[in-house]
Ligand binder design. Structure first.
Ligand code: UDP
Length: 491
């Protein structure tokens, strides 16, 4: 060992959406808590390039890519994304085990992301403390862990229920907000989901990318509600809001066209519209959204993508690659010309952080992925909540109903088309009406509470310190235990 600096290994499942929160957590631990961090990243080709650039950018953390093996023999075209992820991680376990044992300096603890909970066994073999990282809300963490009870006590499909799911002490989950893996009990991903929740409860602690002031009731329930604690057991560490920093150029040469356009717009006047790294809309919904934006007569920046009429599991638009710069032919005829003065349309992808940090942006019509949500709230930007897949419907409900920082359509966008009149109304509400002003004030309070939580002495800062103390305590109580696995590998 030799050094007194704590060495934490973080394990990330494949996919940029999973890798980025783990890197952010690693940067945070290294920068603010003087921890040596090694990230083991299960990678497919898309992440490899990104990792190279992250390593070059003076990152304070070490990264070890663990190539994802070929799982084509274990899945078929019907295998859902959630199941594919779990299988990919399962198959990578031997490589992860080997990589950990082969490190020059043995990690003192292992923190795994949400899809890597089966790596618990590796930490057990190594005799080191183990923690899971839930990169979204405490509410979804509560559902994950308590779901094993619903699995045993409720019959039939969950979406057919008229009654909400009641997690003790927490806001009930409405049937229409049920997360995708629970839509079909006969599918393997349902079982994977139940197991994942059970696995969470076996760790020494659960880190959650939220903060006390954002989810006070749920966090209290997770810690104190006897019925919930009977299942959850694991200590809870809210350590957010952790998010990427904007690393682009904000001034002078190299300033992007989009920033130059935003510079010419009034403060808090522009709606930013984007559906995350892989979200897409149907052709009909894309056209309705275009009409709704145009009819609202408000300014907007829209990251448009070719429509895709697949189901909710096809969250990655197959047509995302490329984008030849030509005017998109799937928008209503004349839309671009008619909105030229008020709209900026970007195809496929934009630098979201540079947009959200610009003072002209006054609203974000978002799919409510948790990274996008935090990027919005921590920049004082209220939202139109337009959930598509995964846990986004729960996020949207929490943001609109519980926290009060978003408006949302009356219909669930993946179930029914949101019509242009409703879109127009929501956009105007956010950017023009008194109701929108109230929401903006609320967002400012939420942002301020997040800043305080992360600052020295704040709730999330303290929670991270508690976690590090717990790691030290557990390390000392396991020191000296023989570690048969390590000697097998290293001899
Ligand atoms: N993002 C971006 N430009 C885009 C779309 C997405 O920079 O055009 C980034 C966004 O800033 C966020 C991430 O991709 O950090 C999306 O993560 P989120 O959790 O919001 O949604 P997901 O893509 O996982 O559904």
């Amino acid at each position: 060992m030799g050094s007194s600096q704590l060495h934490v290994a973080l394990l990330s499942s494949p996919g940029m959406g999973h890798l980025i929160p783990v890197l952010v957590l690693g940067d945070h631990l290294a920068t603010h808590h003087n921890v040596k961090v090694t990230v083991l990243a299960i990678t497919k080709s898309a992440e490899t390039q990104f990792l190279k650039s992250h390593q070059k950018s003076n990152s304070p953390i070490d990264i070890i890519p663990v190539p994802a093996g070929d799982v084509s023999g274990l899945i078929d075209e019907k295998t859902k994304v959630f199941t594919q992820l779990r299988i990919t991680v399962r198959e990578a376990l031997p490589s992860i085990r080997y990589s950990m044992a082969a490190m020059d300096r043995r990690p003192d603890t292992l923190i795994v992301d949400v899809f890597c909970t089966e790596a618990l066994s590796i930490a057990e073999e190594l005799g080191i403390p183990r923690y899971a990282y839930h990169p979204t809300t405490a509410w979804t963490a509560a559902l994950f862990m308590y779901f094993q009870v619903f699995d045993k006590t409720i019959e039939g499909e969950f979406v057919d229920r008229l009654e909400p799911l009641r997690i003790p002490g927490c806001m009930p989950v409405q049937p229409e907000d049920i997360v995708d893996p629970l839509l079909d009990r006969t599918d393997q991903q349902y079982r994977e989901y139940v197991n994942l929740g059970i696995e969470y409860t076996r760790f020494d602690g659960l880190l959650i990318n939220t903060w006390e002031e954002l989810e006070p009731n749920t966090l209290k329930a997770l810690r104190e509600n006897e019925e919930l604690r009977g299942i959850v057991k694991v200590p809870i560490y809210p350590i957010g809001p952790l998010k990427r920093n904007f690393e682009g150029k904000n001034e002078g040469e190299g300033r992007s066209d989009i920033l130059k356009w935003l510079d010419r717009q009034p403060v808090e006047s522009v709606l930013y519209v984007s559906f995350g790294s892989g979200g897409f809309l149907t052709a009909e919904q894309t056209a309705e959204l275009a009409w709704g934006l145009e009819n609202s007569q408000q300014r907007f920046v829209w990251v448009v993508r070719p429509p895709c009429d697949g189901g909710p599991d096809n969250s990655i638009n197959p047509k995302l690659e490329g984008g030849d710069g030509a005017a998109p032919d799937y928008l209503p005829e004349g839309f671009l010309a008619r909105t030229r003065d008020v709209g900026f349309v970007v195809q496929m992808w934009a630098n979201q952080m540079e947009i959200l940090t610009h003072p002209s942006v006054g609203g974000f019509l978002s799919h409510c992925g948790w990274n996008s949500t935090l990027e919005s709230l921590t920049n004082n930007v209220p939202m139109v909540a337009w959930p598509l897949y995964a846990e986004q419907k729960m996020n949207a409900t929490m943001l609109a109903k519980e926290v009060g920082v978003a408006v949302r359509p009356a219909v669930t966008p993946t179930v029914k088309v949101v019509r242009r009149e409703e879109i127009e109304r929501m956009v105007r509400t956010l950017l023009q009406h008194n109701e929108g002003k109230g929401i903006r004030e609320k967002v400012k309070k939420v942002k301020a509470s997040g800043d305080i939580a992360l600052s020295k002495g704040g709730s999330s800062y303290n929670s991270m310190c508690e976690l590090l103390k717990d790691i030290h305590t557990r390390m000392h109580s396991t020191l000296g235990n023989p570690n048969p696995f390590l000697s097998q590998i290293t001899n």
